[in-house]
Design a protein around this ligand. Structure first.
Ligand SMILES: Nc1ncnc2c1ncn2[C@@H]1O[C@H](COP(=O)(O)OP(=O)(O)O)[C@@H](O)[C@H]1O
Ligand SMILES: [Mg+2]
Length: 360
């Protein structure tokens, strides 16, 4: 996996905010997010349910609800995707930027065969004969590990298991050689054993296409095994970002520290020192005036409520949003922040315990 900082930026998100009107008030789903997606990287986006991960992903392919109010820019090849109408956006969607959804059954057409759906996805973006498209569909099914692909191309979505359907979604996503694959909780609905297989297929898809993969998940274990970089989201903001190994070895933002503390080690050691973060994420219609994590943060001080902390560089490859950044290390070593000492995170774990701790 490449973690070079010299990789070209494929997508540059700048000051992205997304709100929705609601009866309870304005839902602030994504707040002033700036983020780069680099060519060929796997970028994990991790956060609890409601932190804005899906809304941010959907804004990159123009699939947000009509009621969404969006500000900021999302640049791809010098084009601000947010300035495009749906017709112009549809030339990028599925071609340059593809998406794998959590629930493949709702993303697939129930009345068409799998083979036909993949062939149609090929047709939309290229001049290809019907026969060639169907032959390519079978090849794609083989690449994603569907047994007897020529035969299975004749099947309908409901005839596939959840894992097989997710393989089909990945085949669809790579059909047009995208530059970016957005995978939103691609394994969340699947059994643990199947999850690992699907992550392997995603890896294969990345290797075959060279596409960047944005892996959206609430499960830090999923990201540990696959991502080059990780962005941690809380309350609609990115609160920490860096190379995945660095973030896991020495998390800098108290929320990241808490998240990592709540993952059981795969070898079971130190299980008595597992902690969870008390409290619940803030309502997106009533966010605190300062740091959204302050109400749950053991290191919170009056200055944390004064203003929303900016995401600032603490090293050439790491940014974090915490006004008490310089004091966090000593907080941690004195045992005041969740538990003391950085915890090793298993590289492959996707246990039920992990899932229930960071519930989606
Ligand atoms: N179409 C919508 N209308 C109103 N609120 C929405 C809509 N879509 C998402 N939200 C709200 O935006 C916030 C972020 O949602 P989402 O991005 O789905 O979170 P995540 O994927 O991190 O779980 C949530 O509070 C959610 O309820
Ligand atoms: Mg989501």
């Amino acid at each position: 996996m490449s973690t070079s900082t010299t990789l070209k930026n494929l997508i540059e998100i700048r000051d992205l905010s997304v709100t929705f009107p609601s009866e309870a008030g304005i839902v602030q789903a994504v707040r002033n997010v700036s983020l780069d997606i680099r060519a060929g990287e796997v970028l994990g986006i991790v956060g609890e349910s409601g932190s804005g991960k899906t809304v941010m992903s959907l804004s990159m392919i123009g699939l947000l609800a009509e009621s969404a109010k969006i500000t900021g820019t999302i640049s791809y090849n010098g084009v601000n995707l947010l300035s495009l109408d749906d017709n112009a956006m549809s030339k990028y969607r599925g071609k340059d930027i593809a998406m794998v959804f959590q629930d493949p059954l709702s993303a697939l057409n129930p009345v068409h065969t799998i083979g036909r759906q993949i062939a149609e996805a090929l047709h939309i973006h290229s001049e290809i004969s019907k026969e060639a498209a169907l032959a390519r569909a079978v090849e794609l099914l083989e690449i994603v590990g569907i047994p007897r692909p020529a035969e299975r191309a004749q099947s309908y979505p409901h005839e596939f298991s959840g894992g097989m359907r997710q393989r089909v979604m990945i085949a669809l996503a790579i059909a047009n050689q995208p530059k970016v694959i957005l995978a939103d909780e691609p394994t969340t609905a699947l059994d643990v054993t199947v999850q690992a297989q699907i992550l392997d297929v995603l890896k294969t898809a990345r290797d075959m296409t060279g596409a960047a993969v944005v892996l959206v998940t609430h499960d830090l274990g999923v990201v540990a095994g696959l991502a080059d970089r990780v962005a941690i989201m809380y309350g609609g903001k990115v609160v920490e970002i860096g190379n995945v190994d660095d973030v896991y070895a020495s998390p800098a933002m108290p929320y990241t520290i808490g998240l990592l503390r709540s993952i059981p080690r795969i070898d079971g050691a130190e299980s008595s020192r597992l902690t969870s973060i008390d409290g619940a994420p803030p309502s997106p219609v009533a966010l605190p005036p300062g740091c959204a994590f302050a109400p749950r943060c053991p290191a919170a001080a009056p200055q944390c409520d004064a203003s929303v902390p900016a995401l600032v560089s603490i090293s050439p490859t790491r940014m974090t949003a915490c006004v008490r950044q310089s004091e966090i290390a000593s907080f941690q070593s004195s045992g005041k922040l969740f538990v003391e000492g950085p915890r090793h995170v298993a590289q492959t774990s996707t246990t039920d315990a992990v899932r229930s701790k960071c519930a989606a």
